[in-house]
Design a protein around this ligand. Sequence first.
Ligand SMILES: Nc1ncnc2c1ncn2[C@@H]1O[C@H](COP(=O)(O)OP(=O)(O)OP(=O)(O)O)[C@@H](O)[C@H]1O
Length: 607
Amino acid sequence: MLTVEKINYQHKSFKILEDISFDSDSGKIIAIVGPNGAGKSSLLSYIANEIEPKKNEIQFKKILLKNWKKEDLSQHKAKFSQHQPADIPLTVEEVVLMGRYPYFDHQPQKNDTNAIELWMNKTNISHLKNREYIHLSGGEKQRVHLARIFSQLDNNHQQKLILLDEPLNNLDVSHQFNLLETLVELKQKENLIILVIHDLNLAAQFADEVILMDKGKIVLKDLPENVFKPDIISKIYKFPCTICKNPLDQKPLILFGKKTITMNTITDLKKQWDDLKANQPKIRIRNAAKELGVSEMELLATDLGNGVTKLKPEHAAILQEIESLGKVMALTRNNECVHERKGIYLNPDFSSPHAQLFVGEDIDMRIFLTHWKTAFAVVESSEHGERKSLQFFGKDGEAIHKIYLVPQSNTEAFDALVEKYKDADQTTIPATEKVENNVTEKPDSEIDVEGFQQSWIDLKDTHNFFTMLRKYGVTRTQALRLAPTDYHAKQINKDSIVKMLEKAAETETPIMVFTGNKGNIQIHTGNIKRTMWHENWFNILDPDFNMHLDMDKIATSWIVRKPTEDGIVTAIEVFNDKGEIIVQFFGKRKPGIAELEQWREIVAELN
Ligand SMILES: Nc1ncnc2c1ncn2[C@@H]1O[C@H](COP(=O)(O)OP(=O)(O)OP(=O)(O)O)[C@@H](O)[C@H]1O
């Protein structure tokens, strides 16, 4: 319908348009985008026959544009200009009627009045029709001119050319969408619409093709998804951007900002996750999330409605009902250590706002609910059957705690719990926040070392250890370095951990294993029996307790001794390279009972 061949247009030696060629069929919306001064308006004026109309570069409906009769052309082509006169001394209706001048001599006919009625209505200016044009607002004036050019093309001719130079300027959001929807209707009637537009997201959403211009040239003419690529757009606009898929229509969504981010929409991410599973059927969701650059919670949420149910974030209430599920498996982990303990969630104590507790023999946890953000019920199906769980995540989308049903669990109670706490919104998830790990260490010279050491010596309860660290502003590993002489912390080789666990199993010495993250610490107390290496992981594999410790990620391990009312308590504390605690081991103990001699003997052997 439109063929443009080698347009070159210059002012003195300045090339305004250089070597512009393209063609287009009818029934399309083409968006011309590009930075200020790229030549967009000039190109539109050229196509409108407003610049150098005697040349041969443009054919419209197979006829050279210069050969069209002016009065014929105005019934087939109309242009909305960026700059409209501000002071037309006419009413709104009279300005719109100007669009009908190509059709009548003295008096408008029924066709003409019908056309202007229709378009004033469609552009939402009917209520202004008797008002003086000069007193209208910017957006109202703009709509009057749009009504004028649409009225101009209201006839029985086929395939009209509508040229619009920044028609969305001055329009509020609803009028912008209203206009764009009108353009979609017009394209569906086989008209060709070419518009200059600065809003790249609206261009992506509504255009069938995009012409990207820069410095008087066409850089690209293609589908929106092929033009709106971060490298191309950042380079042309000289500003960083991130491009993801708009969840509403899968079109490119362009986010400009100095910070560029990897962003995935739920639907886009689901596809990536499905592809990854197809290629690596055994991949764990935690590792897949890392690979895809999102949190585990975001990846899990791609299956909302498909085995995954979002629960109301009423974590305390949910946790206090877990006992009804009977025996289950509690899983708490950090990057380096996984702790799995089977049992019943007995004796909840949620009375303190700081830490909440389960103090059963089997399920023994210290919970910090302020870090808990989202909860889901998950039903995974595999060839081994269904696996049901409740999964809780922190503000950063990382897993805090999971509760898996085991064969002895009460599945009816699980289903009832899910039904009770099911969130009404099953489509959206809260945005994740980066949680800073502020393990920055002050120089020793800024610490009241003497006061700190005395506090250590005066400790009565190991639970007060953290409060003491906070009071003196020391990090955990720094505290071990600065420990008082009588409680000198001894650094040991990481192989000693394996030695200690094997010895505890062999001598049937009951131990305590603490593993946690920001939101929860899970404790196992009892004997361990089966230990086993698997690649870089050292594991405890007992029927009711499993631990998986990534030995490659251990940076330092220490023997730490603290005074209590029941005598000295000896711990083995294991840290990663950020100084964060991975796991802690004690001999089994209870308030009022001294530490096991057997445990001390095991520890004494370590170096
Ligand atoms: N008649 C003219 N005489 C001299 N220079 C001109 C003329 N028309 C356009 N230019 C120059 O050509 C370049 C392209 O102008 P044009 O208005 O087409 O850009 P644009 O891409 O529409 O920019 P904007 O986004 O700012 O509206 C600009 O540098 C402009 O100053």
